[in-house]
Design a protein around this ligand. Structure first.
Ligand code: SF4
Ligand code: SF4
Length: 180
């Protein structure tokens, strides 16, 4: 009979030899494999004390950037939400009031902006779609949480602190932006 792959094995009903009935060769063979692993390099890291060096293309937790004057770049245009294949982004737009020019760069801004990190697949399409250089995926890990709702990150966690700016990732510095 013609087989679809070459991985199939014919089942044999042949009687076991005396050695096979002892099972010792098979047990010793298994032990040899186990001992070989004892001398191999251990890939386990003692996280969080030890951390892996990420590839330059790594995409981690998002940041909503501010401009050089500390104003939020995001104008709540919604393009990132439209581009997001996981429907992870939601926002409510607000109109900038008089006197708020120091807070928001344009007349429209995001009153609320949320990313559901459990839905996000870190594809980076929101970053690509953003015309205002407002959203970027950084090298940071999304912190583990105990409750599902804690993975829905709002502006308090996404917008960078005006006095503690977040570097955009090495990917951004070595890739797209350098080419410009
Ligand atoms: S990285 Fe991809 S999945 Fe995550 S919020 Fe952005 S567009 Fe959506
Ligand atoms: S992050 Fe960018 S694309 Fe998304 S709403 Fe703000 S300005 Fe628009």
């Amino acid at each position: 009979m013609k087989s679809l792959t070459n991985r199939s094995k014919m089942v044999s009903n042949k009687k076991m030899t005396f050695l096979e009935k002892l099972y010792l060769p098979a047990i010793l063979g298994g032990m040899v494999i186990t001992f070989k692993h004892l001398f191999k390099k251990n890939n386990t890291l003692k996280y969080p004390e030890e951390r892996k060096v990420f590839a330059p293309v790594y995409r981690g937790q998002h940041v909503l950037k501010r401009d050089e004057h500390g104003r939020e770049n995001c104008t709540a245009c919604g393009l990132c939400a439209v581009a997001c294949p996981a429907e992870a982004i939601t926002m409510i737009a607000g109109e900038r009031e008089k006197g708020e020019e120091v807070l928001y760069r344009e007349e429209k801004y995001a009153e609320t902006y949320e990313i559901n990190m459990l839905r996000c697949i870190f594809c980076g399409l929101c970053e690509e779609a953003c015309p205002k250089e407002a959203i970027f995926l950084t090298d940071r890990l999304v912190e583990p949480q105990f409750e599902r709702e804690d993975f829905i990150m709002g502006k308090d966690l996404l917008v960078e602190d005006v006095n503690n700016r977040i570097d955009i990732s090495l990917r951004q510095l070595t890739g797209k932006r350098k080419e410009k």
